[in-house]
Design a protein around this ligand. Structure first.
Ligand code: 5GP
Length: 190
């Protein structure tokens, strides 16, 4: 199988990494396909099963852990499990494409350690924790409790930034999008 590159985008929730990943997926010169994670949480807003995530029950998720079907998995928030199925990467490599991930920092670093040469691990940095809070509230898809849980986790996640290959500062979205495109283009053409 022709093994493509792995592009990891990790960041605290609300940093804008999903916007960046969606933008990159539209760029044909990058030949990217999104790694659809399995998640034990319920769909939010307009999310679609098999497109944004494979939404599965907690029970099913635990069965996949036992069967060692995951390349990596995390209990990102309490009782909310997320993971990358090995079969997902194989599906994308079989298409002859590079894989792009939108996953949490622990999962991102795990992939980097498993495939050090093939992976570009990018950390997306928000302007500040206050700005994160504002963005999450503006998104208003979640309860105050859940937002606070995400903010608490963000400070811990920000400390892992130096372990990534590159840090993109998402202070101005247009600048961040261009920077991300250039970085990924260089890496996939290497
Ligand atoms: P959300 O609930 O906002 O969609 O995602 C919560 C967090 O889980 C985000 O940081 C997201 O990137 C992360 N995440 C999504 N899929 C995976 C995955 O497969 N593995 C890991 N480790 N984290 C994931």
């Amino acid at each position: 199988m022709n093994k493509g590159k792995l592009i990891v985008f990790s960041a605290p929730s609300g940093s804008g990494k999903t916007t960046i990943v969606k933008h990159l997926l539209k760029q044909e010169d990058l030949n990217l396909e999104f790694s659809i994670s399995a998640a034990s949480r319920a769909p939010r807003g307009e999310e679609v099963n098999g497109k944004d995530y494979y939404f599965i029950s907690l029970e099913e998720f635990k069965k996949h852990i036992k069967a060692e079907d995951f390349l990596e998995w995390e209990e990102v928030y309490r009782d909310n499990f997320y993971g990358t199925l090995k079969s997902e990467i194989e599906r994308i490599w079989a298409l002859g494409k590079n894989v792009i991930f939108d996953i949490d920092v622990a999962g991102g670093l795990r992939i980097k350690h498993k495939f050090p040469e093939q992976t570009l691990a990018v950390f997306v940095k928000p302007p500040s924790v206050d700005e994160l809070k504002r963005r999450l509230k503006e998104r208003s898809t979640e309860s105050e409790d859940k937002i606070n849980m995400r903010i608490a986790k963000a400070s811990v996640e920000l400390a892992t930034a130096p372990q990534f290959d590159v840090i993109i500062k998402n202070y101005d979205l247009a600048v961040a999008l261009e920077e991300a495109h250039d970085l990924v283009k260089d890496f996939v053409n290497k």
